[in-house]
Design a protein around this ligand. Structure first.
Ligand SMILES: [Zn+2]
Ligand SMILES: [Zn+2]
Ligand SMILES: [Zn+2]
Length: 146
C-alpha cells in the first residue's frame, strides 16, 4: 500500500493527515481481517502512546472509515469499511456477517453475506444488528484438506 493512496483516503474522509492516522490506516489496509486495539498497537512504531491510538480509532469510527466488530467473549475489534457500507447518505450500514475462525483466530468481514432481517416484537426499535458466525475459515479449511 503506497502512501499516496493512504493520503488520498484520509482526504476523501475529510481527515487531516497526521503520522498516527497514516500509520493506523496503513495497518488496516495491509490486513484482511479485523483488528483489536491491542493488535493495532503492537504493529505500530513506538512513538505513539495509547491515548493517541485510541483517539485515532475513535475518529476513524466516527468518520465511517472503520466499523466495530463484536468478537466472541465480548471483545471488540475494528475492520475497514468497504464501499458497500455506505448504501445511502443518511445511514451507515453494516449489515454483513462477521466470521470468526476457531483455527487461526482471525475475524473477517463477509462483505457480501447480508444479515437476514430480524423481526422484533412490538415496541422494540433496532439500532444495529451484529451477527458473528464461528467456524473454520476458507484458508484453514484448505490447509486441513491439503
Ligand atoms: Zn462502514
Ligand atoms: Zn482460519
Ligand atoms: Zn465488517
Amino acid at each position: 500500500m503506497d502512501t499516496k493512496a493512504i493520503k488520498h483516503t484520509l482526504k476523501a474522509y475529510s481527515l487531516r493527515q497526521t503520522e498516527c492516522r497514516e500509520e493506523i490506516l496503513a495497518i488496516f489496509l495491509n490486513k484482511a481481517h479485523a483488528l483489536a486495539h491491542a493488535d493495532v498497537e503492537t504493529q505500530m512504531s513506538e512513538k505513539f502512546d495509547r491515548v493517541t491510538v485510541y483517539r485515532t480509532l475513535k475518529t476513524f469510527l466516527d468518520k465511517g472509515l472503520i466499523h466495530k466488530v463484536l468478537d466472541d467473549e465480548g471483545s471488540i475489534k475494528y475492520a475497514l469499511c468497504k464501499d458497500n457500507c455506505h448504501q445511502d447518505d443518511h445511514h451507515h450500514h453494516h449489515d454483513h456477517v462477521h466470521f470468526k475462525c476457531s483455527s487461526c483466530g482471525l475475524t473477517t468481514c463477509l462483505d457480501h453475506v447480508v444479515i437476514p432481517a430480524v423481526v422484533l416484537p412490538e415496541g422494540y426499535k433496532r439500532v444495529e444488528t451484529n451477527l458473528l458466525v464461528q467456524g473454520v475459515c476458507k484458508d484453514c479449511n484448505a490447509k486441513q484438506l491439503g
